[in-house]
Design a binder for this molecule. Structure first.
Ligand code: ADP
Ligand code: MG
Length: 287
């Protein structure tokens, strides 16, 4: 049977904006040793601004328009940001054959032209040579009808609460904080360093994230728990595999909120540290 004080713990967490879906997760939270974070939309806002456009053989306006069209069906933070940057209405009649390749980008027909927009891995897969990533932002390369058409550099901001999130975990005696991201080495490492995280792994495809999580499981003690915090976009399998899957309720997808063990109901990742503190206090009272 569940000790009565556990209900108090779950209630206390709920008042603090954290939904804990069962007393077993409250217990697990108190044993958290590793916390693994997704970057985009979890530690960063997931709202990208356009920094630079380089267009080859077409205008910058055309490049942005074609990209926004290709991205228009997706809810990926990059897609939403590019649609916002384009700013005009999208006529879906001009669009067909949309294919999103998770962790790589999008391929779609716009006015009968095949537009591919995504990272360098997508270009490599399509056998298109591209300008090397030199920018200090996330680079979206674009190809039109199998020819390189240029790139759009976009950049995201770290959430105001993200540094506190890492500090709160350290204060709650979590041993390691880790970032997993599909984004580039330069962007991922910059954010991890700024937040003083212990480990960072970049350029991971969704499947690579699961493999990396398996590796991280070997870094904890037998009774220690591993929590993963994500927004559910390209990280649902990792969220499911973690001992404690934590979804960000603010920006997170409905499927992620449904599948998660713990839901942070605000846009503040530091609530995880708060939840761990509450769980430890609750278990302390029980003992
Ligand atoms: P993260 O791990 O940061 O949450 P994702 O796994 O969702 O990122 O995506 C990894 C990378 O794949 C992105 O940084 C981007 O380069 C590329 N990518 C994914 N989806 C898209 C998209 N819809 N449009 C363009 N690029 C994309
Ligand atoms: Mg993500």
């Amino acid at each position: 049977s569940v000790p009565l004080s556990f209900f108090g713990g779950i209630g206390g967490a709920s008042k603090a904006g954290i939904l804990v879906k069962g007393s077993n997760y409250l217990e697990a939270l108190a044993q958290t040793e590793l916390v693994v974070f997704d970057k985009t939309g979890t530690l960063t806002q997931g709202v990208f601004d356009v920094q630079e456009i380089y267009a080859k053989d077409i205008t910058k306006e055309e490049l942005l328009a074609l990209t926004a069209y290709a991205e228009s069906y997706s809810n990926h933070p990059i897609s939403l940001s590019l649609k916002r940057a384009y700013g005009k209405e999208i006529d879906k009649n001009r669009l067909s054959n949309v294919e999103e390749i998770s962790g790589l980008g999008i391929i779609a027909s716009v006015d009968g032209k095949v537009v591919a927009a995504g990272n360098s891995k997508l270009m490599t897969r399509l056998n298109i040579s591209y300008s090397e990533d030199v920018a200090i932002g996330t680079v979206v390369h674009v190809a039109v009808d199998n020819s390189y058409a240029g790139y759009i550099v976009i950049s995201d901001k770290v959430k105001p609460d993200a540094a506190l999130a890492i500090q709160t975990l350290k204060a709650a005696h979590v041993k390691q904080t880790v970032m997993l991201t599909g984004d580039s080495k330069s962007v991922g490492e910059k954010v991890a360093k700024e937040l003083q995280m212990d480990q960072v792994y970049t350029e991971l495809l969704p499947g690579d994230k699961v493999d990396k999580l398996e590796e991280l499981f070997t870094q904890k003690s037998a009774k220690g728990k591993l929590a993963f915090v994500g927004d559910g976009i390209n990280d649902a399998p990792v969220l499911a595999r973690a001992d404690i899957g934590v979804a960000m309720g603010g920006l997170g997808s409905d499927a992620a909120i449904e599948a998660a063990d713990v839901v942070i109901m605000t846009d503040e990742p530091s609530k995880l540290g708060t939840a761990i503190k509450i769980s430890k206090k609750t278990l302390g009272i029980v003992r």
